[in-house]
Each structure stands twice: as C-alpha cells, then as structure tokens.
Write a protein that binds this ligand. Structure first.
Ligand code: PEP
Ligand code: MN
Length: 464
C-alpha cells in the first residue's frame, strides 16, 4: 500500500488519501466493501505501470509546449474498453497518432509530443446515474473499470479495479514492444490512403504535404542524419481521466525523483508522490470543483496534469484552481484543455487567456474541440460535425494569436478504425450514414480519415 505519510509539511496535510475528507462528485457506491478493500490491497502491491523517469521526461516536453517550442497531440477513445486490449486496435491507434504527428511537425515546424488516451481510459463521468434501456431504468455505463456496458452487468464490481490495472499494463506493454520493434520506424513507407478525398483540390493539397514529409525523411536518411536512431522510434505517453480516486490512490507511490529533476514538491528524502497508473492524468469538467476531492488528490502528485475547462468556468475560479494545483507555477505542469464549443469559444477563450497571463502561470493551452460540439440527430444519435470540430480549433488558433498567446496542442476523441460516428470530412458522412459502423460506447470519435484530415487542416493553418 502507498505509505500514508504526509508530504514534508510543505503542502498542508496532503496525502494520497486526503481527498477522502472532501466532497466527491461521481462517487461510486459499492455493495461489498470488503471486496473493494481486497482489490485496493492487491493494486497497492502491484508494480508501477509507468516510472518517474518517464513522467518527468514528459513534463519536460510539456514545458516546451507551454513555451511554444513543441505541440501536444493527445487522442484516443472516449471510453476505452477492456476488449480494445488487442493488437489491431492498438496498432491502428499508434499508426494514426504517428501519421498525425508527422503532419503536425511539417505544419508547425515544432516537435510533437504524443499522448494516447489509452492504457487506462476506463472510467467515465456521467450526467445521470441511471438511463432507460428498452423501457427499463438501469444504472448508466460508467466505464469498464466500474461496470459493464451489457445491461446485465451494470452493477459496479470491485474486481474490475484489478482487471483495469492488468488491461492498462498489457496495453502499454504491447505499445512499448511495438515501438521498440519498429512500428514507428520512418524507414518503412506509411500508407496514407487518401483515395477517399473526393475534392480534387483538397486531395492534391494533402498529397503535396505527404510528398513533402516523405522527401524530408528520405533526405535525412541520405545524409545520414538518422544515426541517433531518431527515425526508428518515437515517444508515446499514456493518459486517462483521473476519476476513480481509490484506484489512483492505490497506484500513487512515494518514489525517488530522477537525477537532476526539480520536483514540484520540495522534499528532504529526494522522493515525491508519483501517480504510476499513467504518465498524464486530467481532471474532468464535472469533477474540477475547487473544494472537491479530485482537486485535492491532483494537487499532490508530481505528474503533469490536465484540467478540462468548459463554458461554466469563471476566470477567477480558473486562477484559484491553478494556484491550488500548481502553487510554485511550474511551467509545463498544467495543461488547460479548453472545450467550450464552436459558439462559445469566441466569448470565453480570450478572457481565460488574459486571466492566466495576469496570474503569472504558464500553461499548455490545448483545444479539445470535441466535447463542446456534441449534438443529437433527429433520430437521437449522439454525433459531432467535422465542421464544428474544425471551427472550434481554428477559432482557438486565431484567438490565441490575437492575444499574443499560442495554441500548444489538441485533444481529440479518435480511433484508428473506419467508424461512422462523426459527420462530415472528406468522405462526406451524413446523419443517415452514422448507423453503418457506429461502435462507440460513449462519445462519437473521429475515424482515421477524419482525424488525419484534421491534422492536415491544422498543419495548413500554420503554413498559411
Ligand atoms: C472526456 O474527455 O471524455 C470527458 C468526459 O470530457 P469533459 O470532462 O470535458 O466533459
Ligand atoms: Mn468523451
């Protein structure tokens, strides 16, 4: 079990369990407390899934993103299922994130930091604890770490906490293995599959970008610029929403800081509290209350963290939140993931940028153009339009520029598979097409073509 000792008296009485003394949103009520204790004891004895060295390396890359020297690409499923822990879905996601990142590097002329919403994105906050299925009220699906999607499995089951750990570890093990074995080796040709782009002008624009990327890679190989192994693999970090605090607490460990690391929290023993379940965790828009349990938990960990910033966030509330989770104003520690919606971004983002500037905090500004742009079709299918998603992204790019700031990254719900969950894009998916391959268990995701196209459009924006 993570030792329960308080941290050096620097932060007032923070411990991995101090969140328990605060009000908790999205609380989980298990029937069998002894089964929960058994699962948590097991989790506490298992090894870290990620290490302080990796976490600190990511934090230093995010510092670059905060300072405008790198771009953060974060993407993956809304709700990752245990059944996605299988080679094909993992491979296709790694390849998609790699291709998108190449396009973004080409466009922005900056290194791209890649974070998957993978290997642990198993918990979902819900607006209602119950839902109607076939005319019957049953508990809502809350993600595989808590209950099952099948209506017969909606009771929260404490054993799933341990199952989640093993699915995270297996997924990350496979990612590590594939990266070490050359899945991201740029010596191998990539299949860009642009055949679906019906608009000829657009297709030739995208082809030009692909040629330019291939030419650059060929040039680097020719002049021998790849001797450092840089073309053979890439870093891919993992992330999830830190929603289920008992799980996060049990994987929070007091570990030695990597050499040379300037820790968030001063310590006499050279150690700090690391959440070892993922490199990066974020606080959701529904659980970011200043006096709530989630903020209390997040303020004590060394990991870089994200905060979702929705339209109800007040500017002074945002600054109070930053002061709580990052009292030392460490650059790159915090990523603000803004998700206002295409209609609200104009009126909200500028105010938030100015407030943060005035506070002296330097954050990564990341745009999540998905969550403020969800709509229902007339037949009740949850979807998002490609045009609304791109509209919020372009507004964010523009507004940052107007305020002497810059967009540091984008946060997307996507999959490497050919799903039909969001409308629009070059394939021209319409509301009527959504039923063709609608397989999400939560929010609608961009398919691989739409996600790549978004990267092309953002890259184009930089090159204009
Ligand atoms: C999510 O990222 O899937 C999510 C629930 O987001 P938000 O907290 O922004 O609503
Ligand atoms: Mn979502």
């Amino acid at each position: 079990m993570a030792s329960d000792g308080a941290t050096d008296g620097v932060q007032d009485a923070w411990k991995p369990s101090s969140w328990k003394s605060k009000p908790i949103k999205q609380v989980v009520e298990y029937e069998d407390q002894s089964a929960v204790s058994k699962s948590l004891a097991k989790l506490s004895s298992l090894p870290p899934i990620v290490t302080p060295t990796e976490i600190v390396k990511l934090k230093s890359s995010l510092r670059d993103a905060a300072l405008g020297k790198a771009f953060l690409l974060q993407g993956g499923d809304c709700a990752e299922l245990f059944s996605y822990c299988s080679d094909e879905p993992i491979d296709s996601k790694i390849k998609l994130l790699l291709q998108m990142s190449l396009v973004l590097i080409w466009g922005s002329n900056k290194p791209v930091v890649r974070i998957g919403r993978m290997a642990g994105q198993f918990a979902k906050p819900r607006s209602s604890p119950m839902e109607k299925v076939d005319g019957k009220e049953i508990p809502s699906f809350r993600g595989d770490i808590l209950n099952g999607y099948d209506p017969t499995e909606r009771r929260v089951d404490p054993e799933r906490l341990v199952t989640a750990y093993f699915h995270s570890a297996t997924t990350l093990n496979y990612i590590r293995g594939q990266l070490a074995s050359g899945i991201a080796d740029l010596h191998n040709p990539l299949d860009w599959g642009l055949g679906h782009v019906r608009d000829k002008n657009l297709q030739s624009k995208y082809q030009k970008i692909v040629h330019s990327i291939s030419d650059s890679v060929r040039f680097m190989r020719t002049i021998g610029a790849d001797t450092s192994g840089q073309l053979q693999t890439v870093d891919l970090y993992t992330s999830h929403e830190g929603l289920v605090l008992p799980y996060e607490e049990s994987l929070t460990r007091r570990l030695r800081h990597p050499a040379g690391h300037q820790p968030t929290t001063a310590s006499q023993d050279g150690k700090g509290w690391y959440n070892t379940s993922a490199h990066f965790l974020w606080i959701g828009d529904r659980t970011r209350q200043i006096d709530g349990g989630h903020v209390e938990y997040f303020r004590g960990i060394e990991n870089p963290i994200g905060i979702k910033v929705g339209p109800s966030m007040k500017a002074d509330e945002l600054i109070t939140l930053l002061d709580i989770v990052n009292p030392t104003k460490e650059v790159g520690k915090i990523t603000l993931i803004t998700r206002y919606g295409q209609d609200k971004v104009e009126s909200m983002l500028g105010t938030h940028i100015e407030a943060v500037k005035g506070s002296g905090h330097i954050v990564v500004w990341q745009c999540d153009p998905m969550h403020g742009n969800t709509r229902s079709t007339p037949t009740g299918i949850k979807t998002r339009s490609f045009s609304s998603i791109f509209s919020e992204l372009s507004s964010a790019l523009k507004i940052h520029k107007e305020h002497g700031s810059f967009l540091g990254g984008m946060h997307l719900e996507l999959t490497g598979e050919a799903v039909t969950e969001c409308t629009g894009g070059s394939e021209g998916l319409a509301d009527e097409d959504l039923s063709l391959n609608y397989t999400t268990y939560c929010d609608p995701r961009l398919n691989e073509k739409q996600a790549l196209e978004l990267a092309f459009l953002v890259a184009g924006h930089y090159r204009e």
